[in-house]
Design a protein around this ligand. Structure first.
Ligand code: NDP
Length: 322
């Protein structure tokens, strides 16, 4: 089978197309014929060596496809089932294994590319809006990267709850997409200072919550956008990690609340995986959650897909088609 592997960490050029044997499912595992693979920042962090893994490594963790074969002890799935997971072991491939415990069935009416587009970013948006800072009608939220994969889904969820959503985006085209998703206000941070704009838009009060996936370049101003005791949720590092020095300084100025992180908050338990994926896939199947799946690349072009994601060239979901 074809797969994308790295033998060393580095730029997109370290991604190589390889011919590998189809893996055999072990106890508790399911072999999936991959039909759509999600491209995410986490794979860029593995490629760069920010997250450590032994090499060679077949990249990827999110996919949707069809069950091909069950390993010993797997119940609840059968060959031919349409499934999706964010815990696939090497999803940049034509076939991949997933632990049955991290697999869910895709509801009728949802195509594999839609399921792959909804899972990781959808469940992330869901835990942010419903668990980390549970939004209520009337809250004001600032969402960075409003036209990104997480951003478009989070904006839709927050607007549906009745929150007022302000987003930051880099281009006018992205601003339009963000407004279509439900943003009440969009700030072109490439033209205007977003901190000053947020203060103007909230009459100086500040926002209840900032969902910040950009990190290094936004962190300080994000804090300044908050109302007193508002919450800054730092859940990504698209521009690089926030320097530790900033955090230490902050803890010296007042209080710094940090929750215990897990790699995948949304699948801390099987019950949570079923709840969040059920909500996200179910709403997508009913058309209540709009998915943007325009950026589809052949598997062999995985390097280009990652480069485009990292270079702010994309909106919504980036997918690979094995
Ligand atoms: P996006 O589609 O949001 O892409 C990143 C966007 O960030 C860009 O399009 C760009 O939007 C904005 N951006 C601002 N500054 C930079 C910069 N210097 N370099 C690159 N991008 C920049 O990606 P995803 O939706 O896939 O992921 C968003 C973030 O969420 C990532 O940081 C990811 O790691 C994180 N994440 C965290 C999870 C968790 O559970 N903690 C789970 C899933 C994702 P614009 O052009 O409008 O500025």
């Amino acid at each position: 089978m074809k797969a994308i592997q790295i033998h060393e960490t580095g730029g997109p050029e370290v991604l190589q197309l390889a011919d590998l044997p189809i893996p055999q499912p072990g106890p508790g595992q399911v072999l999936i014929r991959v039909e759509a693979t999600g491209v995410n920042f986490i794979e860029i962090y593995f490629r760069k060596g920010v997250y450590k893994a032994s090499l060679p490594l077949t990249l990827g963790s999110e996919a949707a496809g069809t069950v091909e074969e069950l390993g010993p002890g797997v119940n609840g799935f059968k060959a031919g089932d349409s499934v999706a997971s964010v815990g696939v072991l090497g999803s940049y491939a034509e076939y991949a294994l997933a632990p049955a415990a991290q697999l869910v069935k895709v509801p009728d009416g949802l195509m594999p590319e839609q399921a792959a587009a909804a899972m990781l970013q959808g469940m992330t948006a869901h835990y942010l809006a419903y668990s980390t800072f549970p939004l209520k009608a009337g809250d004001t939220a600032l969402v960075h990267a409003g036209a990104g994969g997480v951003g478009l889904l989070l904006t839709q969820m927050a607007a549906r709850i009745g929150a007022r959503v302000i987003t930051t985006v880099s281009t006018k085209a992205k601003a339009e997409l963000s407004r279509e998703a439900g943003a009440a206000e969009t700030i072109l941070y490439t033209e205007k200072n977003f901190e000053a704009e947020v203060k103007r838009l909230t009459g100086g009060k500040g926002v209840d919550v900032v969902y910040d996936s950009v990190g290094k370049t936004t962190f300080d101003s994000s804090l300044n956008c908050l109302r007193p005791r508002g919450m800054l949720v730092l859940f990504g590092a698209s521009s690089g990690p926030v320097p530790l020095f900033d955090l230490i300084q902050l803890s010296g100025k007042g209080s710094l609340f940090i929750t215990r992180p897990t790699l995948w908050h949304y699948i801390a338990t099987r019950a949570e995986l079923e709840w969040r994926s059920g909500e996200v896939l179910g709403r997508a199947a009913k058309g209540e959650l709009k998915l943007r799946t325009e950026h589809m690349y052949p598997l062999a072009e995985a390097a280009q897909a990652q480069a485009d994601l990292a270079d702010r060239k994309t909106t919504g979901k980036i997918l690979l088609e094995p």
